[in-house]
Design a protein around this ligand. Structure first.
Ligand SMILES: Cc1ncc(COP(=O)(O)O)c(C=O)c1O
Length: 371
């Protein structure tokens, strides 16, 4: 019998194989240029990415966490403001609020979509609330129509964590352009992934863009003239060049991932709880998260069958030691999602044959356990 071929959750070498020649040529171009920090590649990527998402400005930074921290800082909110944030987001969104010296106030998500529930915003709003920071979880756009209307009604600033939502749209509008700032991570596994750490902020606000251009570079836009006490969080030339290559392929990457999602929708047993599809939401499926009561057993069963999966995320933010003196209260929906979520392989390198094998293995588990 032939040995069981392992299905990786993500293999970056395999995912990037189709881009290697272009990436190597771009890296070589940068090395030979002799200009490695804040040069033509960064400017060109910023212009190309701003155009792609439909924003006036893009400011490249070192990573997605810095994109969030610097955007929140640049808003210049009163110190210690309450900022509303989803209770099930990746902890980086919450850490950014803390590091910008504000108070994260958790809003429970919709159980079916993993996204911030607009109906719960008024329950957590206080006189100290100044902003909302949404995360478009797993590549699915949040209900920015309802959240935007709430922010407007209450005079709140709006930041979007788009680390998982490159190219995702609500209606015709791309995530990142609904609020004051859209914050992107280009961590290698993201739909638009660099060959290392990288991030960016997009905005239509000239003043905010100007502050961010300063803050990412020691508070300086002019050599040795410092307007703010900024930091060093520059996107470097090599990563910008890598991202220019990958950006040209982003729509193709999205087409492949959406087709894999379609295959899961068709082939998963009908009673498996899968992502919700709504006609006006263009989901880019950074992650394909199903839910199952016996998640850990199912995960183990898949592993035994040579299928690697992930959990996003095993511990909810309010149960992390890092936040124990900052967040209190009960978050049962976050608890439930963290207990039941299982992410199936859906990377650029994943094949339709692999999706079929995953679905067959899930079917076998459910027959064995009578669901
Ligand atoms: C939702 C979310 N926010 C923020 C980040 C942080 O991005 P980075 O790792 O580039 O700092 C991530 C990255 O995993 C993320 O998934």
């Amino acid at each position: 019998m032939s040995e069981l071929q392992v299905i990786e959750y993500e293999s970056l070498g395999r995912s990037n194989a189709q881009f290697v020649d272009e990436l190597e040529a771009a890296a070589s171009r940068v090395i030979r240029s002799g200009w490695y920090v804040l040069g033509q590649e960064v400017s060109a990527f910023e212009a190309e990415f701003a155009q792609y998402v439909g924003a006036k400005h893009c400011i490249g930074v070192a990573n997605g966490l810095d994109a969030l921290i610097l955007s929140i800082e640049a808003l210049d909110l009163p110190k210690g403001s309450d900022i509303l944030v989803a209770s099930n987001t990746y902890i980086a969104t919450i850490i950014a609020i803390v590091r910008a010296r504000h108070k994260p106030v958790l809003v429970e998500p919709e159980l079916a979509t993993f996204n911030m529930d607009p109906a719960r915003l008024s329950d957590v709003m206080t006189s100290n609330t100044r902003a909302i920071c949404v995360t478009h979880m797993f590549g699915k756009p949040c209900r920015m129509d309802a959240i935007g209307a709430f922010a407007k009604e209450h005079g709140l600033r709006l930041i979007e964590d788009c680390a998982q939502s490159h190219g995702a749209k609500l209606g015709d509008q791309m995530t990142g352009t609904f609020g004051d700032a859209g914050c992107f991570s280009f961590y290698p596994t993201k739909n638009l992934g660099a060959i290392g750490d990288a991030g960016a902020v997009v905005t239509n606000d000239d003043g905010l863009a100007d502050r961010l251009h300063h803050i990412r570079n020691y508070g300086s836009k002019q050599k040795y003239v410092n307007r703010y006490a900024g930091i060093n969080s520059r996107l470097d030339e090599i990563q910008a060049a890598m991202l220019r290559v990958k950006l040209r392929h982003l729509d193709g990457i999205t087409v492949h991932k959406r087709a894999l999602a379609e295959a899961y929708f068709t082939e998963l047993p009908s009673w498996v709880k899968r992502p919700v599809v709504r006609p006006d939401e263009f989901d880019v499926f950074h992650i394909f998260g199903i839910q199952h009561e016996q998640r850990d057993d199912l995960r183990q069963h898949l592993l035994v069958n040579g299928i690697k999966t992930e959990v996003h995320y095993p511990i909810p933010p309010h149960k992390q030691d890092a936040l124990k003196n900052i967040i209190s209260g009960e978050y049962p929906i976050a608890d439930e999602l963290h207990k039941t979520e299982l992410s199936l392989p859906i990377s650029v390198g994943t094949t339709f044959g692999e999706v079929r094998r995953v679905c067959r293995a899930i079917q076998a588990f459910c027959v064995r356990t009578n669901r």
